[in-house]
Design a protein around this ligand. Structure first.
Ligand SMILES: [Zn+2]
Ligand SMILES: [Zn+2]
Length: 143
């Protein structure tokens, strides 16, 4: 079967990929991509490992996958930052408390530091760490 080349109007085989007269690409035009470096319409080569598209003329990657991947990364990092801010706002700042404790007999004294969001949390943590000791005082030592 013959068909007409839309570029030079020559009769060419409809199975020809490229017009033998003028080089116009007849088949696979839907796969053509404009290479931003060569400024030429090329059929990109797809290479592993990320199935990224490459220009066959200048052997550099072409948009497509790469751009989508960047957009994806941008959304991902924005999401991570948003979640981090939300968690920080909801949970409040963590502070270091110096907790002094004494045993129930009063003979033994222990001073420890715990990180907590409130004084009551600091007391709970210290008491969990040293069973049998009671908190005398919990003070913030570092903000
Ligand atoms: Zn032609
Ligand atoms: Zn190129």
């Amino acid at each position: 079967m013959l068909t007409e080349c839309p570029e030079c109007k020559r009769q060419v085989s409809d199975s020809a990929e490229v017009c033998p007269g003028c080089g116009y690409r007849l088949l696979g035009r839907e796969n053509l991509v404009l290479c931003p470096r060569c400024k030429a319409q090329v059929i990109p080569q797809v290479r592993p490992p990320w199935r990224r598209k490459w220009c066959p003329l200048c052997s550099r990657p072409i948009g497509g996958m790469r751009t989508r991947f960047r957009v994806f990364l941008a959304f991902l990092s924005a999401g991570v930052i948003a979640v981090a801010i939300l968690v920080a706002v909801l949970s409040g700042p963590t502070q270091t408390y110096r907790v002094s404790m004494s045993s129930e007999s009063g003979n033994s004294v222990v001073v420890t530091t715990v990180r907590a969001r409130s004084e009551s949390e600091a007391r709970r943590r210290a008491e969990a760490e040293y069973p049998g000791y009671r908190v005398n005082e919990a003070i913030v030592v570092w903000r």
